[in-house]
Design a protein around this ligand. Sequence first.
Ligand code: ADP
Ligand code: SF4
Length: 668
Amino acid sequence: MPADLRHAILFEPVRIGPVTAKNRFFQTPHCNGMGSSRPEALVRMRAVKAEGGWGVICTEETSIAPEADIAPAVGLQLWDESDLALAGRLADAIHRGGALAGIELMHYGPVAANRATRRVALGPSGLPFPRRLDPAQPRAMDLADIREVRADYVRAARLARQAGFDLVYAAAVHDATLPMHFLSRRYNRRSDEYGGSLENRVRLLREIVEDIKAAIGDRVAIAVRLAVDELLGPAGLTSVGEGREIVAMLAELPDLWDVNLSNWSNDSASSRFAAEGHQEPYVAFVKKLTSKPVVGVGLFTSPDTMADQIRRGVLDLVGMTRPSIADPFLPRKVAEGRVDDIRECIGCNICVASHNSSVPLRCTQNPTAGEEWRRDWHPEVMPFDAPRERVLVVGAGPAGLECALTLARRGFGVVLAEAKRDLGGRVTTESRLPGLTTWARVRDWRLGQMAKHERVEIFRESRMTAADATALDVSRVIVAAGSRWRADGLGRANLDPIPIAPGVRVITPDDVMAGDALEGPVLVFDDDHYYMGGVIAEKLVRDGLAVTLATPNAEVAAWTAYTLEQPWIARHLAKLGVALRTRCNLSRIEPGRAFLSDGSEVAARTVVLVTAREPIDALYRELAATDASRIHRIGDCDAPSTIAAAVYAGHALGRTLGAPPRPSRREA
Ligand code: ADP
Ligand code: SF4
């Protein structure tokens, strides 16, 4: 029974076909950049989650055959018996924590370019997948191909059972799986019994589930993961149209329904564009059409919201991917009534970006994510091994806060000095920008934890000089003073300063965040390509100013393709009335106007340069000049990067300071 009885409903067991989950906390499948390529890291990551108390823990997408090869993306493979050893280790690791082990079998159909295996891709029709530009088309599957794919599913399902999995998925999600492409009117142009009417288009998914059930259904539960709405209106599956009809047709066939939105950027929408529980309007109908348990996701981090979803009959199991990465121990903390200790996901999608870069998982809130094996970091366990030292951390941004907390957990005495009254550094200022409210959780969680450690003394409004730091009775100084945006335009596109005529108002995001009054029209020049340019443009347009955003790239906010936000940002800015100019460098700025590299000019009384940042490292340099061995720099003050990188740097130094050096392990 959990400490808080309002959450008791979350700890009820749930029967899923032939197996039973011990509670309603369900870690939905998620990729992680480890997969079959980095097996040790993968097994340890899932093992840590299992310790955290989940009722069900699923693998990532698991390719069932060489025709389902999405290299260079990294996933799990279950093609033949040579994959059994890793699959078995995974299932064992999950079971050791008392969770059911689920595996998401995947055939990517025309989305697989089969770059590594060089097999011919397969699809319902011969059309290439619109978002993959490889100069290769899939073969339109004939009936023999269909039989073969069904056999691939059965073989993989049998292997999954042999490995010890309790739950096997047939997935039709993310606009990226063969069964989904058969369901889709857009992609399925067949005229045989697998095309045309919805009944025909559902046939392959139905057969796959029936085949798997017949092969392993006595002992293993079968889940259908279905994207019930693609947010494309009548052109796609919708929760009032074909998405609903498919659920109605297959209602009692699977043992579990896992329902969500498609494509992936809608399913894993960032918190900038989606709130907790955002999928409810689309998936709530499912439970009305089936007696089988239903799991769904939606950035759930609050146990109150989770319990409410169950009580209102929206879901039976609460699906969490990102919240399980940010806090693998979320269920256990709810059970123990330690809700304040939950490291709440901020919805930034840096985790997604790691998968999209084919590198091991990383997380803004949880610096141990992806490092459980490589660096032997456990999210909840910290060696209490500090020498009896007192250290000074300068700057209470994400790097300084995380470092101070980690050092205190190890037993160091910590003096944390912050120049401003507000703590949190960039997460405090940036969380006041449109759509970024949840980012303040990076600060709030750390302050909440620090409040439990008497070993951190926090001094606000204490701008430290080298003399102040030297005068303090501390053994080391860690400078986490952050960075500032450049005002000269230097960046990726301009290695020399942008010519700026005298008397022109040129500012940076720091000035906007400081609340400087601006005159429109405004040009935001974005040579940073992440979120800042777009967020500043949004703020200014909401302030009533006319705004143009120009970028040298072909797309606005191009890097956010990794976080799945790029299409959202482009649509959002256009809808807000921001004039978007792509493939344009900024050539020079004169009073009232700015000149772009395509020869055009833009009326601008204010220009905001979002190009690059420079470290605030003068204090570090001055201190290091006398005794470099006792002085450290971390985060943006070392090299400006993401908030995730600042947290990671703070954690890494906190873990290693004064500890015997240990090599970082390596798989690939
Ligand atoms: P990071 O992302 O690396 O943590 P931030 O810019 O978010 O960096 O935070 C740096 C923090 O350091 C800011 O809150 C800033 O006010 C503070 N700071 C900078 N210089 C000093 C200083 N000399 N003394 C105390 N605090 C400082
Ligand atoms: Fe959540 Fe961001 Fe961590 Fe992903 S990286 S789990 S979105 S906090």
